[in-house]
Design a protein around this ligand. Structure first.
Ligand code: APR
Length: 239
């Protein structure tokens, strides 16, 4: 860590687990248990039942708004200030990295706190409140939707290209709290390995990456990342 000039970190749902953000699967409780992911998080689901999909994301937005970033998020903010070239790539849509203080975050799957027009694919900051759900784009009248990448949708090209480049160019790559199965994000640590980086995995459970990574730190990100920070930069480096 001390010698790393270029550090790239990939995060997944596990980083937000200690904040109490339910994963997509865990969130489908109660009334929502009867819906499958393809009923709630695909473009077809939104075409079929935009009200249902909007309300599902409204619930997830509300749940994220009442939780706080944890020690793992905060350690990553510290890394940003201590390594010459640092890139944070996340699959999370909860915005907790930014709320912790990370300045530059490559969001591969979007952010559910942002809203965009489903017709124009343009971010929309505010809209007139009416009884209609989902609300309409103030410019074109199209339905508004969360700015997230649904199953079957392409990832934002510029962001994915930057993430791939940062994975190829780094000397140290840390994969934290991700099951490393959902493509194309899951390929990033392998890009790093192929280009000669050291790859470290932080996860209490094994993943397909575990056998390939140079080091595996089996533990919670809220404990392992601050420990890593302290070990590399001294005990005063705590967030
Ligand atoms: N610290 C570190 N890792 C943890 C912790 C923790 N406190 N708690 C759980 N984990 C690990 C789990 O062992 C698991 O490997 O986090 C991983 C979470 O896996 P997933 O739920 O599959 O999340 P992720 O890899 O981010 O999923 C990728 O799939 O659901 C879609 O689009 C969604 O972005 C998401 C993508």
């Amino acid at each position: 860590m001390r010698q790393a000039r270029r550090l790239t970190v990939l995060t997944g749902a596990g980083v937000s687990a200690e904040s109490g953000v339910p994963t997509f699967r865990e969130a489908r409780t109660g009334l929502w248990a009867k819906y499958r992911p393809e009923d709630l998080a695909t473009p077809e689901a939104f075409q079929r039942n935009p009200k249902l999909v909007w309300e599902w994301y409204a619930l997830r937005r509300q749940r994220v708004s009442v939780v706080a970033p944890n020690a793992g998020h905060r350690a990553l903010v510290e890394f940003e200030g201590r390594v010459a070239v640092f890139t944070l790539i996340t699959q999370n849509v909860d915005g907790l990295h930014q709320r912790a203080g990370s300045r530059r975050v490559l969001e591969l799957h979007g952010n559910l706190t942002r809203t965009k027009c489903s017709r124009e694919d343009r971010l929309v900051e505010s809209w007139p409140e009416t009884a209609e759900i989902p609300p309409r784009c103030p410019r074109c009248g199209g339905w508004l939707r969360p700015d997230v990448v649904w199953f079957g949708e392409a990832l934002p090209g510029v962001t994915l290209a930057a993430a791939t480049q940062a994975s190829r160019a780094c000397d140290l790559f840390i994969s934290v709290g991700t099951s490393t199965v959902v493509q194309p994000a899951a390929s990033l640590p392998y890009e790093a390995l192929r280009h000669g980086a050291m790859v470290v995995e932080v996860n209490p459970n094994g993943t397909p990456l575990s056998g390939e990574a140079n080091y595996r730190l089996p533990g919670l990100s809220g404990e392992v990342l601050p420990a890593l920070l302290g070990a590399a930069f001294g005990p005063s480096a705590g967030p």
